[in-house]
Design a binder for this molecule. Structure first.
Ligand code: NCD
Length: 318
């Protein structure tokens, strides 16, 4: 299959709803962009003439930059809208903002928003493909895709690997999208964290839960650490940062419980000395953290390319 049947979706709002072969298709497509991004001249013109608007209603460093670079490397005109300087602060509704972006004839919208479901609300109102760059605690699909690509390249496969997703699972859209993506690709996924930070009923997503860190790490092939998302916490989810690190921080001693060649990941931004010790984060043999960032650009290039094929009239997609 080399046409629209490979990826029949208009938007990328989440990993939920994607078939395993559709996830695999996006990862395969991303490989060519890894190569291009490592070349001296990093330019491809396929999105020439198209306008990409990155509308970020929540802070971001790597995701915003990554989408901006991805769009530019494919030749699109890229515009970034920061909500802090926008009319959102003047009380404009989300729908009105969406209609404004639509009236400017954006060809792709990349949206980050603090509310779960906000990105779908916008997608339902506009004429162009919408990519979810993180909505509340709900989904962050390109993060899961870049993590799967990183694992696949480092380990040669995803299927059959044991992946431990550790820490603040409750507040994490990264965890949710990764659970959906990695289970769909056939990994054995564990969620590991203090009981206050594990969402009730998470087992329904096909994961095993562990509230003992050492037991959860035992024999894991991939250890994915999550940021402690203090900004989403309203009460006392953790006693103190020092205590959190003592019980739930990934240290070299702790990591010894995992498989000898276990890969350590973190979506960033990291709280060094809280969920992860610098000795691990900075160890290139164990940590894939900078590679995750690299794969992020390639995956986003693949998503922007694939989602605009119909609009560009690419043969087999129009
Ligand atoms: C994550 C996010 O915003 O969901 N960051 C990212 O996109 N790399 C994770 C986080 O904020 O902890």
């Amino acid at each position: 299959m080399s046409d629209a049947r490979m990826f029949p979706h208009r938007h990328l709002l989440g990993i939920a709803g994607l078939q395993p072969h559709e996830i695999g298709f996006l990862l395969d497509e991303a490989e060519q962009w890894v190569e291009l991004n490592r070349a001296t001249s990093k330019h491809d013109d396929r999105l020439r003439g198209l306008t990409l608007i990155n509308a970020f209603f929540e802070n971001s460093t790597r995701t915003l930059l990554s989408f901006e670079i991805a769009g530019k490397r494919l030749g699109a005109d890229v515009v970034n809208m920061h909500a802090a300087q926008s009319s959102v602060k003047k009380g404009e509704t989300l729908i009105d903002t969406a209609m404004t972006l639509n009236a400017m004839r954006a060809d792709m919208l990349v949206i980050r928003h603090a509310s779960s479901g906000a990105v779908r609300l916008i997608a339902d109102k506009v004429d162009c493909p919408v990519l979810n760059a993180g909505d509340g605690r709900h989904e962050h699909p390109t993060q899961a895709l870049l993590d799967a690509l990183t694992i696949r390249r480092r380990k040669g496969r995803v299927h059959g690997l044991t992946v431990a997703i550790c820490g603040d699972v409750l507040h994490s859209r990264v965890a949710r999208s990764n659970i959906l993506c990695l289970t769909s690709l056939g990994a054995d996924v564990r969620v590991v964290g203090p009981p206050t930070l594990i969402p009730a009923g998470i087992e329904q997503l096909g994961v095993a839960t562990f509230t003992d860190f050492d037991a959860g790490l035992d024999g894991a092939d991939v250890v994915m650490m999550l940021r402690l998302q203090m900004e989403r916490m309203t009460g006392g989810f953790v006693p103190s940062l020092r205590e959190y690190h003592a019980f739930w921080g990934l240290t070299p001693e702790r990591l010894a419980r995992a498989a000898p060649d276990a890969l350590v990941m973190h979506p960033g931004p990291m709280n060094r000395g809280v969920e992860i010790a610098s000795a691990i984060a900075d160890d290139p043999d164990r940590s894939a953290i900078t590679e995750q960032v690299e794969m992020g650009v390639a995956v986003r290039m693949a998503c922007l390319d694939v989602l605009t094929r119909r609009r560009r009239g690419v043969e087999g997609w129009a």
